[in-house]
Design a protein around this ligand. Structure first.
Ligand SMILES: CC(C)(COP(=O)(O)OP(=O)(O)OC[C@H]1O[C@@H](n2cnc3c(N)ncnc32)[C@H](O)[C@@H]1OP(=O)(O)O)[C@@H](O)C(=O)NCCC(=O)NCCS
Length: 191
């Protein structure tokens, strides 16, 4: 299933599939290294990306009119006693930022994670990254943990990592305001 992206009408959100292997590798290898780290897997390794396109579950891309990839989002379910928790991993290509694509991909992932039964969603963002913070707080995420000096940026400087969390039950009414319940139903919200 595909979704047309609102403020970026050239892009379409679609599930990762066999046709995306080369475009995904080229997207990830074109990203600054610091941005790749948010995906947490070795995204420049062809074997890793090929295993994703064969599996195809819980990963989506935004593709442009030329078939190239502008953004990627994944929902990874934690295991064992945290298997009610889903972690989001999101990255938008530098040339496509600020057009609303990150928000569209994040909303898509939140909707899919809730549909799959996750009751808590988490995402890790660099503490000073305004766009990631604005994006996820706008979707009902709140700061839950601050890990000081937890990561090093490209120049080797230590930076704080913020864990944002979204409790599905507690924030359900807030989700109405961003249209997530509408997306889940597939029908307009009467209220
Ligand atoms: C975070 C990221 C996905 C945002 O992607 P994007 O496509 O630029 O996001 P959007 O255009 O949808 O903007 C999202 C919000 O951030 C705001 N924003 C955009 N750039 C901003 C900036 N430099 N400073 C503050 N806010 C900003 C927008 O106004 C928007 O808020 P709004 O919807 O209330 O207007 C992108 O910057 C990225 O890939 N960063 C590297 C990886 C990362 O940090 N991932 C997140 C954790 S996994």
């Amino acid at each position: 299933m595909t979704d047309q992206v609102e403020r970026n009408p050239e892009s379409t959100v679609e599930a990762v599939g066999p046709g995306h292997a080369d475009a995904l590798l080229s997207f990830f290898s074109g990203l600054p290294e610091g941005d790749r780290t948010f995906i947490k897997e070795d995204v420049t390794d062809p074997a890793t990306v090929r295993s994703w396109v064969e599996d195809g579950s819980s990963r989506w891309v935004a593709t442009g009119a030329d078939g190239g990839i502008d953004g990627y989002v994944a929902v990874r379910r934690l295991s064992g006693w945290s298997d009610h928790v889903a972690e989001l991993r999101l990255v938008v290509g530098p040339q496509s930022r600020g057009t609303g694509l990150g928000r569209v991909l994040a909303r898509h992932a939140v909707t899919e994670a809730i549909s799959a039964g996750a009751t808590k969603l988490v995402v890790e963002v660099v503490a000073e990254q305004g766009s990631a913070l604005a994006l996820f707080t706008g979707l009902g995420f709140r700061g839950e943990a601050l890990l000081e000096d937890h990561i090093r940026d490209r120049s080797g400087e230590l930076r704080d990592l913020l864990v944002l969390a979204h409790r599905v039950d507690a924030t359900w009414s807030a989700m109405d305001t961003v249209g997530l319940s509408e997306a889940l139903d597939g029908s307009p919200d009467p209220g």
